[in-house]
Design a protein around this ligand. Structure first.
Ligand code: DGY
Length: 386
């Protein structure tokens, strides 16, 4: 272990120590109890003290609330929290609630989490002082919102800001699957590109084909707008028709059953709810066209993974393009990875510099509002204010 004595602040308080040789790679929190490093910051043996930065989280201590930030984020994304909260931060790559956060559950008044952290009743019960939950995501299916509401705890999310990035990614994977980019790129790399082949790597035509959108919310509409530009016809299904989208894009409202039967591409943009879990199951996949391409940039469990693997292996449908899977991540030896007609990317729909930063900033705005007793600017359970 390296010493952080030269950078360790001598005054009492709570500080974040960040290693920034390139990007923040690990963060710990020190307390005035001594050189207690939470996380494995100093285990990075290549670090020197000049790589380390110290950020006071509470320069004017007047007992600000303790918040748990489940993952390490770039300091400038969460700068608005500085001085207003005492933050304990989990590691960058936490796959669950880190042990160093567990020990603070009873005291924590705020929770800043990512979609990979389940915030269920059992966790909430261990957080008696919790006053605000802020999810750095648009979707909140990882959170038991009803349990929060019951306790009067507002839950914040980050809607709208990721609409364009997610719609762009949806089109990217749709096009990749349609034009067989992963297979053809792999073949080229493997020496299979012997000549310009008139029948090699033939893909699907877009112009005149029909894209069926399941869930015509903001992201669904943004995908429809982009697809319209490629000459795709738009069909959609939702809980009710959207005359505005029909007028703007000539989109046709269909029942779910009609949509999966008729469409050449089916793209999922609905939230994960009890009603949509397993929506694309064996029965649905068997009703799709054998030439159809399924795109999922919403939530993995909307698709029955085992049924999809069979559908792709046995040719019930032509291909799938997945930004999300169930489970997430998929184990590296999962059969879906062996299928050349399945493109999988690691839940990167919102992964652009500007989008992710803004998501973090919005999550901070929500968290601070909740802790200061103000209405959350982006609140998924506004009934807590009634
Ligand atoms: C969300 O915010 O719900 C997205 O899935 C993150 O990319």
């Amino acid at each position: 272990m390296k010493s952080v004595a030269s950078v360790y602040p001598r005054s009492s308080g709570v500080y974040r120590i960040t290693a920034t040789p390139k990007e923040p790679i690990n963060t710990g929190t020190t307390t005035d109890q001594g050189l207690k490093i939470v996380g494995n910051l100093i285990a990075q043996t290549s670090l020197t003290n000049s790589d380390l930065s110290v950020f006071p989280m509470n320069p004017n201590p007047s007992n600000p609330p303790l918040v748990l930030i489940t993952h390490t984020l770039p300091d400038d994304w969460i700068a608005s929290l500085q001085g207003k909260v005492r933050a304990v931060t989990g590691p960058l790559d936490a796959t669950g609630l880190a042990p160093e956060l567990e020990v603070h559950l009873a005291e924590a008044e705020g929770l800043f989490c990512l979609l990979t952290i389940p915030v269920r009743a059992e966790l909430l019960q261990r957080m008696p002082r919790l006053r605000a939950v802020s999810n750095m995501a648009a979707g909140v299916d990882n959170i038991d919102v009803a349990a929060c509401t019951e306790r009067g705890i507002p839950v914040g999310n980050t809607p709208d800001v990721l609409t364009d990035a997610t719609a762009d990614l949806t089109m990217a994977i749709l096009l990749s699957a349609a034009r067989r980019l992963p297979e053809s790129a792999q073949d080229a790399r493997a020496g299979q590109w012997r000549t310009w082949s008139p029948t090699g790597w033939l893909g699907a035509d877009l112009r005149g084909a029909t894209l069926g959108i399941v869930g015509m919310g903001k992201i669904g509409r943004a995908v429809a707008e982009r697809a319209h530009g490629f000459g795709l016809r738009i069909a959609y299904t939702d809980t009710s028709p959207r005359p505005d989208v029909e007028a703007a894009l000539g989109a046709k409202f269909l029942s779910f059953a009609e949509l999966i039967r008729q469409c050449d591409f089916v793209s999922l943009h609905c939230p994960l709810t009890p009603a949509t879990r397993g929506l694309i199951n064996e029965s649905a996949l068997r009703k799709m066209k054998p030439t159809a391409i399924l795109v999922n940039a919403a939530r993995g469990p909307i698709v029955d993974t085992a049924a999809l693997a069979r559908a792709l292996a046995e040719g019930w449908i032509a291909a799938a393009a997945l930004d999300v899977t169930d489970p997430e991540p998929l184990p590296p030896d999962h059969p879906l990875y062996l299928l050349p007609n399945c493109l999988i990317v690691p839940h990167i729909g919102s992964a652009t510099h500007g989008t992710r930063r803004r998501m973090a900033e919005m999550a901070c705005e929500n968290l601070l509002a909740g802790l200061e007793g103000r209405r959350l600017p982006y609140c998924v359970n506004p009934e807590v204010y009634k």
